[in-house]
Design a protein around this ligand. Structure first.
Ligand code: CTP
Length: 402
């Protein structure tokens, strides 16, 4: 009874895998969860509401309007009621609506209103699953903080074989249980995350910056959020779509602004993750007018920027935990471990530019994490969401918590 008292909305959409929702409902109810099912209209072609209502012991909801009296199913209340919104199976169509904020039925309206974590289990044919539009939608909803339960490989309804089968109900149940266990483990912790690049202005229209996308930092922020933390983000300029309402979010541009915002927050934080790619140097002067071209060479004097992690490391108090990042191209491990001491980190995450699948703009990464105790762990090439989970798991292992 691992899910005792947990309130789960189970969304069911139009896919042949909808027949598995009956078994999933049974497993969730058996584990102790209260399950409220919402079906999309096309899910009705695949499974009857009577089956799901009987198994969930609650009437199934489909349209906005309850009956001809005009009474409506309140999607806002439903969204607030739930501890988890699980959509299994999610079709390519509903996925696309989630990714783009379309809201033409009760299921999609509830998605937009839900404040609880969202998990989705896609099911579709293999070519649909590989289509760039679907892939883009999956990474878009993942960037909103939704947990994607990757489709499994095997025989598909079309007769073809490949990735696209909805994860088996038993595996979904295990993921839900693990998720609830994890959601507690950073409860009430205040976490600061610096992320993205910084921009150092040369004049009113130009700046010096770097290729950081902010994807790794955002994945970490989402993982902390899903595991119950109170998350403060200080972000350089990024192009990602983020639901900032979930965080205490501050946008900054320069390293100086990032330092000032982080310094103000530092004293009340339990954990600080320095994931930003902060420019080490900034132009000594910012021209007040646009610099005009001329026939001669142009050079700038650069001055050292404040090292945010180093300065806040000096202020670190017992009970506070600092996590740093290192991006190295040579003597990776030695340089990373050197930074662990220099910047007073408890853990450092090493990205190696030499490894394929790891880098600034990618959705995947490969890291080595060094603990102050000397222990270390290396990941495979994984999605940045999986790497973020690994980083949080490693934070839990740091001696500070024992
Ligand atoms: N960092 C920071 N402020 C800076 C520079 C870096 O907070 N001005 C943080 C980064 O967010 C990261 C860590 O320090 O967590 C390591 O950054 P990195 O740039 O790799 O290290 P540096 O000390 O700048 O060393 P080098 O440039 O020689 O590699």
């Amino acid at each position: 009874m691992d899910l005792k008292g947990k309130k789960i909305i189970l969304g069911v959409t139009g896919s042949i895998a909808a027949y598995k929702s009956a078994h999933l409902t049974r497993l969730l109810v058996k584990a102790g969860a209260e399950v409220q099912i919402i079906m999309s209209a096309s899910a009705l072609d695949f499974i009857t509401p009577l089956t799901l209502a009987t198994l969930s012991k609650r009437p199934v909801l489909v349209p906005f309007q309850k009956d001809e009296t005009g009474e409506w199913n309140n999607h806002v209340e439903l969204g607030l009621w739930a501890d988890l919104f699980l959509v299994a199976p999610i079709s390519a169509n509903t996925l696309s609506k989630f990714a783009n904020g379309l809201c033409d039925n009760l299921l999609t309206a509830t998605y937009l209103s839900a404040r609880c974590p969202v998990m989705i289990a896609p099911a579709m044919d293999l070519d649909m699953y590989q289509h760039p539009a679907v892939k883009q939608n999956l990474s878009k909803v993942a960037s909103f903080g939704n947990v994607v339960l990757d489709a499994e490989s095997g025989e598909l309804a079309s007769g073809l074989s490949g990735q696209g089968r909805m994860m088996e109900p038993e595996t979904i149940l295990a993921s839900v249980e693990k998720f609830f266990k994890k959601t507690q483990d950073f409860q009430d912790k205040k976490v600061l995350i610096t992320m993205g690049p910084t921009q150092e202005a040369l004049d009113p229209v130009r700046f010096i910056s770097n290729h950081s996308s902010g994807k790794m930092g955002l994945a970490i922020a989402n993982s902390f959020l899903n595991r119950g933390a109170d998350v403060y983000v200080v972000s350089g300029p990024i192009a990602l779509k983020v639901n900032k309402n979930h965080f205490h979010w501050q946008d900054v541009k320069s390293a100086k602004e990032m330092y000032e915002a982080s310094h103000k927050l530092h004293g009340m934080m339990d954990i600080c993750v320095f994931a930003a790619a902060v420019a080490d140097y900034a132009p000594a002067e910012i021209a007040s007018e646009k610099i005009k071209k001329s026939d001669s060479e142009l050079s700038f004097r650069m001055v050292k920027n404040v090292d945010i992690a180093l300065e806040l490391g000096k202020l670190k108090q017992p009970g506070q935990l600092h996590v740093g990042f290192a991006l190295e191209t040579e003597n990776e491990s030695e340089n990373a471990k050197g930074k662990l001491d220099k910047k007073n980190f408890d853990l450092i995450v090493l990205n190696s530019m030499k490894e394929s699948g790891a880098g600034f703009q990618l959705d995947t990464n490969r890291v080595h994490i060094f603990q102050r105790s000397g222990k270390s762990v290396s990941s495979d090439v994984e999605s940045k969401d999986t790497i973020a989970e690994l980083i949080l798991d490693q934070i839990k292992l740091a001696p500070i918590w024992v």
